[in-house]
Structure formats: C-alpha cells, structure tokens
Design a protein around this ligand. Structure first.
Ligand SMILES: [Zn+2]
Length: 84
C-alpha cells in the first residue's frame, strides 16, 4: 500500500511536463509516456484491486488531514489561553 503512494510521489517528482489523466485507473501520468505506468499491463481484476487500494489510501489521507486540522485548532486555543 505504501509502495503505491511512494511510486505516485516519485512519478510526480520526476515528471515536470504536462500530465495526463489515465482513463483506466484515474491517476495522472506524464503525457510523454505512451502508456499509463500505474496500470499498464494490469488485468481487469488487478485494476479493480488497484483502484480500491487508491481509494483506501485517499480515505487514509483524509483522516490524517482531519487530525492535523484538530491539532491546529487545539494549538490555536492553547495560544489564545496563554496570551490572555
Ligand atoms: Zn492508469
């Protein structure tokens, strides 16, 4: 699961050119590439699993974002209390 995220990040760092959205897996990839590097060569079953993995990862990022949001509010409240 980690590997997918890191791979996506690396792909994003490596390719500064125009990006294209893959019609199969929905991920972005460099327009320079002929095939989507994320799902190229995958069977339909593998693609479904891959898409599920991506969706789960997105949910994970969302909840992580919420934690940071809550932490920021708590920190802000603390600062307000201390300053007073
Ligand atoms: Zn793809």
């Amino acid at each position: 699961m980690r590997g997918v995220g890191l791979g996506m990040l690396m792909a994003r760092l490596r390719n500064n050119g125009p990006m294209e959205k893959c019609s199969r897996c929905g991920l972005n990839y460099s327009a320079k590439e002929e095939y989507c590097p994320h799902c190229n060569g995958m069977s339909e079953v593998e693609l479904d699993e891959f898409k599920e993995k991506i969706a789960r990862q997105r949910d994970g990022h969302k909840s992580l974002g919420n934690i940071f949001y809550i932490a920021a509010i708590v920190l802000f409240a603390l600062i307000v209390v201390i300053v007073r």
